[in-house]
Design a protein around this ligand. Sequence first.
Ligand code: FE
Ligand code: ZN
Ligand code: FE
Length: 200
Amino acid sequence: MTETTTLKDLFIDELRDIYHAERQLVRALPKLAKAATSPDLREAIESHLAETEEQVSRIEQAFEMIDEPAKTKTCSGMLGIVEEGSDVIKENEKGAALDAGIIAGAQRAEHYEMAAYGTIMAWARALGHDDVAELLSLSLEEEKAADQKLTELAESGLNEAARNGRDESRQPAMAGTTAGNSNGNGKGRGASSRQRGGHR
Ligand code: FE
Ligand code: ZN
Ligand code: FE
């Protein structure tokens, strides 16, 4: 039998969901920071971890404002995003390419949160809880800024480093191929690798 769900029920459910999501991130972000190679990336993740802890307490405040106990409801969406992030860490060695992968995962988390806060704020206002909407808008702005910071890090050289890093990791295999192979194409690639080395 289906029960009639009110907007209030949905609102509380969504608050419990983001409460669980944020708490998952408090545990996951230190792992991402530890796996990061770029000091700038590590710093960005660590500073967002501090914000995330504050966001958890804002949600607890929001529960108080609506006279509801602060409870979590399993956020399967964030569980999946966090799991994908830990897979990337498990499957890749430290370096610029892994940094690019960490950024990709972290941005998925930020966008998920941005969507959740947008909904929760709209429902809070619809239910007359403008105070809750205003409080959580601080968290939404932090998520947007964190996302923007990650984009800047990626585009200010991390993606490029990841591309070059990948090429360099292929060098030993190429060198081996070129040594015993008169294939012109292979030689050409070997030469360009050496050339790149010479610029260092
Ligand atoms: Fe958050
Ligand atoms: Zn969720
Ligand atoms: Fe966040």
